[in-house]
Design a binder for this molecule. Structure first.
Ligand code: BES
Ligand code: ZN
Ligand code: ZN
Length: 503
């Protein structure tokens, strides 16, 4: 994988005065930091910190930066606000770190000393690791297709320092773990951004094989001939309009060989969604390269599980297709026979995600004996109408799984909000010519209709959850932790879920 943006490396500071370009001092703004804490950091910088505090430079806004220079070894002193201590949560520590990371990059600073005492009093567990994660996520940028920009530092070295060196020793392993996880998130983000002329179904499969290469993960690619043999009418129909044939990518990670649980993660990977004959409007169409975000999130989650050596068994299952317009493409009105045997009337070729997921879900249940089945998909614009960008939609047939995912989402700050799958909605997918249709043809309950359709392909006794991530997989604001573009939403959430369930 190419280095994208700026990489932050972390190590314990060596003894002696700090020898880096900047001293980073994260501090809660309210209440005022205790005097003795300030005195300790003042010693490293000729009282610069208390001088900044004296002029009220530290604001309540998380990530607000106040800076000055001093004559010591670290020329630049940077205070970063952690806001109000009472309200401080892990994700705000990451946000403050992201702000600091962007500042360092903008100022072309190459090395920094991070003073941990302020994080230690923040009341957030493992705040140093959260900080490292915020920096790693903010440093990532999708720039592999641009001429190298000499002014952007490729690497920034961060040395951890605290008044007690035991604190640094305790923090380092957690920081390393956080970086492995952030790496997997950045991997997902980088794949999300790949344009559709580069990441085709074929090269997607090659990437999955590359990921499996180093060990611990097994990769199988079911090609179009195999899909025909398995009668995957949904995946084949969606993919048949493109010169890039569809495939089903399967990744197996066995981190708990003796356990009898298997979590199957299914991810929608439409490498480009034109809408097909039910063609999309041209404004913003380039965003439809992000229609593979569910699939690359599954790749990232498996990469993370393997890197963190999680004690769980995972299967990643990714139906990959390009939804194109051509003389070979499927049409509105077509009736498909799915792998499960059910028939589907295609009322909208733009509701393609549910067709490829339906076959993957059926495959999962008939071949993989899942104890939990979770799909992630940029399935509907409607989920954003319902929830905006603050949460992804979750629909599930199992209260336990929904509750665990909800809790994992709170911990990861990748929140989920449950939408109902009541039988009342069933009539929206009734068809006169086939068993069901793939689109209701009206705007009501768009996200739920997607979930209702998928439920038709899930057996009642298999705990299943559908995560509609269409409105959270990418963001168009440049603040926040990951900035504008792909967020990698779901990777941290899934790792939290697996940990919550004992991995
Ligand atoms: N890939 C889109 C959903 C989408 C929309 C993702 C906007 C990200 C941003 C999906 O395949 C789609 O087109 N869904 C339709 C469903 C409809 C035809 C039933 C939608 O949301 O309008
Ligand atoms: Zn579509
Ligand atoms: Zn789509």
């Amino acid at each position: 994988m190419n280095a994208n943006g700026t990489q932050f490396t972390f190590s314990a500071a060596t003894k002696g005065p700090p020898d880096s370009d900047a001293l980073l001092v994260p501090l809660p703004a309210t209440p005022q930091p205790p005097m003795e804490l300030v005195t300790r950091v003042d010693r490293l910088c000729d009282d610069a910190v208390s001088e900044l505090l004296d002029v009220d430079a530290l604001r309540d806004t998380v990530g607000h930066i106040a800076q000055t220079t001093c004559r010591g070894q670290c020329r630049r002193i940077v205070l970063i606000s952690l806001g109000e201590e009472e309200k401080l949560r892990a994700h705000e520590v990451r946000r403050a770190a992201a702000a600091a990371a962007r500042w360092l990059i903008g100022e072309r600073v190459k090395s920094a000393t991070l003073w941990l005492d302020g994080l230690a009093v923040s009341g957030v567990d493992n705040a140093s690791a959260e900080w490292a994660s915020g920096m790693a996520l903010a440093g990532h940028r999708f720039d592999e297709f641009k001429q190298p920009d000499e002014r952007t530092p490729a690497k920034i070295r961060v040395q951890l320092r605290a008044s007690s060196s035991a604190h640094v020793t305790r923090a380092m392993p957690l920081v390393r773990e956080a970086l492995l996880l952030s790496d997997a998130v950045n991997y997902t983000r980088q794949l999300s951004h790949q344009p559709a002329n580069v990441l085709t179904p074929t090269s997607f499969a090659a990437e999955a094989k590359r990921l499996a290469g180093p060990g611990g993960i097994k990769c199988t690619v079911h090609n179009a001939a195999k899909l025909k043999q398995m009668k995957m009418g949904g995946l084949l129909a969606v993919g048949c309009g493109s010169v890039h044939a569809p495939c089903l990518v399967q990744l197996n990670y066995r981190g708990a060989p003796k356990a009898r649980t298997t979590t199957v993660l299914v991810g929608k990977a439409v490498t480009f969604d034109t809408g097909g004959y039910s063609i999309k409007p041209s404004a913003g169409l380039e965003e439809m390269k992000f229609d593979k975000c569910g699939g690359v999130t599954v790749l990232g989650a498996i990469k993370a599980a393997a890197a963190l050596k999680l004690k769980c068994n995972l299967v990643g299952l990714i139906p990959v297709a390009e939804n194109s317009v051509s003389d070979r493409a499927y049409r509105p009105g077509d009736i498909l026979r799915m792998m499960s045997g059910k028939t589907v009337e295609v009322t909208n070729t733009d509701a393609e995600g549910r067709l490829i997921l339906a076959d993957a879900l059926w495959y999962a249940q008939t071949k993989l004996k899942p104890t939990a089945l979770i799909d992630l998909a940029t399935l509907t614009g409607g989920v954003g109408v319902a929830l905006g960008t603050a949460a992804a939609g979750i629909m599930s047939n199992d209260d336990n799984l929904a509750a665990d995912l909800g809790e994992a989402g709170r911990r990861a700050h990748e929140r989920l909000w449950r939408l109902p799958l009541w039988d009342d909605y069933r009539e929206l997918i009734k068809s006169t010519e086939a068993d069901i249709k793939n689109s209701a043809g009206k705007r009501a309950a768009h996200a739920i209709v997607g979930g209702m359709f998928l439920r038709e392909f899930v057996k009642d006794d298999i705990p299943w959850a559908h995560l509609d991530i269409a409105s959270v997989a990418t963001l168009d604001t440049s603040n926040g932790i990951t900035g504008k573009g792909a967020t990698g939403f779901g990777v941290r959430l899934l790792v939290e879920l697996l940990r919550l369930r004992g991995a």
